[in-house]
Design a binder for this molecule. Structure first.
Ligand code: SF4
Length: 304
């Protein structure tokens, strides 16, 4: 029996649901029940009332978020090495240090943080709703972490003072994009629409026709009549974009933009995790309750 068939058979027997982040390998996306961004997927898992196991093909903080929002389900991360380096950049001690400096300023954390950090914030946000969350807060200054580029982007959009914590948090994959490559591609495809993720640098934001999260890019590409898109985000999204828009052309703005952490989840590892029900992600109390509050506050502020 083929590996894919074995996974699907096990999935049925164990009442499991497979979630794959937009940056996963193509073959992993193809066997998943849902493909999307991290919070979208955690919410999908909440809707799957009969599911007992969630196999979350993504990185550590996303599996933690799924575990926090789905406490009665077993959450498996196929590869324990799949850790997001940006999430590791913001420690609890660093947050405490900034809270001492700005005691009255709310702390907004990107979901790309560990649960221990989320437990120390007032509200979470995603790259899709960061602007709405900060707009909705009754504060003109916020502490925001860990991505400095997203902090700058939100500051530009809201006009509020967004202080990045730590000062220089970044996603190593999104920092690989540079405008030079975009200019070369634009010379070749002058009508192409340039879509840029807000984790990219300010220079990249300046060459963008559209700035948005992975889910927003998918919607934009679907609704835009243009046929060619230059995409500045992790290469995995292009599989989904091409599948959903077979008549359009998607070009990665820099060929090496691969997140090695995301790619650690192979079909083999998914099969083994499911078979042995191993690599269970749990978040201890009271961290889970505090982090859940910050996530629920985000849903409350954005209405979904
Ligand atoms: S793409 Fe960047 S933010 Fe996403 S998991 Fe990889 S390193 Fe972390």
């Amino acid at each position: 029996m083929e590996l894919t068939e074995k996974i699907l058979k096990l999935k049925r027997e164990k009442k499991a649901v497979i979630l794959a982040h937009n940056y996963q390998r193509s073959e992993v996306q193809d066997i998943a029940d849902y493909v999307g961004d991290s919070v979208e997927l955690s919410r999908k898992a909440m809707e799957e009332e009969d599911a007992e196991i969630i196999v979350f093909a993504a990185v550590d903080f996303m599996a933690e978020t799924a575990a926090i929002l789905n406490p009665s389900k077993k959450v498996l991360l196929p590869s324990t090495g799949a850790r997001c380096p940006m999430a590791q950049m913001l420690t609890v001690d660093e947050i405490k240090r900034w809270k001492v400096l700005y005691p009255l300023v709310p702390v907004v954390l990107y979901v790309n943080t560990l649960a221990s950090a989320k437990a120390y914030c007032d509200v979470c946000c995603t790259s899709a709703n960061a602007v709405d969350v900060i707009d909705a807060l009754d504060a003109e200054t916020v502490l925001f972490g860990p991505d400095r580029n997203l902090a700058e982007y939100v500051q530009e959009k809201t006009g509020k003072t967004v202080i990045p914590i730590p000062e220089h948090g970044f996603c190593p994959t999104h920092l690989l994009f540079h405008p030079e490559e975009v200019h070369v591609l634009k010379a070749q495809y002058p009508k192409a629409v340039v879509m840029v993720h807000p984790e990219c640098s300010a220079e990249m934001r300046r060459v963008a026709d559209f700035i948005g999260s992975t889910s927003q890019m998918c919607r934009y590409a679907r609704e835009n009549p243009e046929k060619t898109f230059i995409v500045a985000t992790e290469e995995g999204l292009l599989h989904r974009l091409r599948k959903e828009n077979p008549d359009k052309r998607f070009i990665l703005a820099y060929e090496g933009a691969v997140c090695p952490n995301m790619k650690l989840n192979t079909l083999e590892r998914i099969y083994l995790a499911l078979k042995e029900e191993k690599h269970v992600i749990t978040v201890p109390e009271p961290i889970a309750s505090k982090a859940r509050k910050a996530l629920e506050k985000m849903f409350e502020l954005t209405g979904h």
